[in-house]
Design a protein around this ligand. Structure first.
Ligand SMILES: O=c1ccn([C@H]2C[C@H](O)[C@@H](COP(=O)(O)OP(=O)(O)OP(=O)(O)O)O2)c(=O)[nH]1
Ligand SMILES: [Mg+2]
Length: 153
């Protein structure tokens, strides 16, 4: 198990009390569930998108890491509640509140309850690229083929 310590700030007094602090649900969980730090339940009509506070900020600090905010599969599949930005990318130097763009892509309204788990945060490794401009690449087997090029006769 890889564990690393990150600084977080609690921006809403309810975190750790009526709104639980994020935690891994099981030993093998990749994602930490993020909760809606709302003042009141929020009903999302079909097609509606709202930016929801989490009450937390994290300073990843290490440029070789980032965090991604991903949808929860149950909410997305059963209720059509996904992310307005599809995926949220948290930069290692971001120090602001973690925000979740909640999009009701379904056809019925859905009410997000105060403290409900709305998305999940995953820490991921990052490599920053340096570019070496060349006139040609060493030829690979695939070459320029893509978009379904493999397996065609
Ligand atoms: O779902 C998200 C996505 C982003 N962020 C925060 C963290 C991230 O580091 C910052 C900027 O995100 P991004 O680079 O994706 O957005 P941008 O539109 O390019 O804004 P900026 O010009 O601030 O980089 O916003 C969130 O809190 N939630
Ligand atoms: Mg950006």
């Amino acid at each position: 198990m890889t564990r690393q310590t990150f600084q977080v700030r609690i921006l809403d007094d309810r975190i750790g009390h009526s709104v639980p602090f994020p935690e891994y649900a099981t030993e093998g969980s990749a994602g930490l569930d993020l909760r809606a730090c709302l003042d009141a339940p929020l009903t999302l009509k079909p097609g509606q998108t709202e930016l929801i506070k989490t009450g937390l900020s994290i300073h990843i600090a290490d440029p070789s890491l980032a965090a991604m905010i991903l949808p929860r599969s149950g909410l997305g599949h059963k209720h059509g509640i996904v992310l307005g930005n599809l995926v949220g990318l948290i930069d290692s130097d971001y120090q602001g509140e973690l925000m979740v763009s909640c999009w009701n892509r379904g056809s019925t309204e859905f009410t997000v309850e105060v403290g409900e788990r709305i998305a999940q945060l995953v820490l991921v490794p990052v490599v920053q690229a340096e570019f070496e401009v060349v006139s040609a690449f060493d030829q690979s087997k695939r070459g320029e083929g893509g978009f379904g090029s493999t397996g065609s006769h």
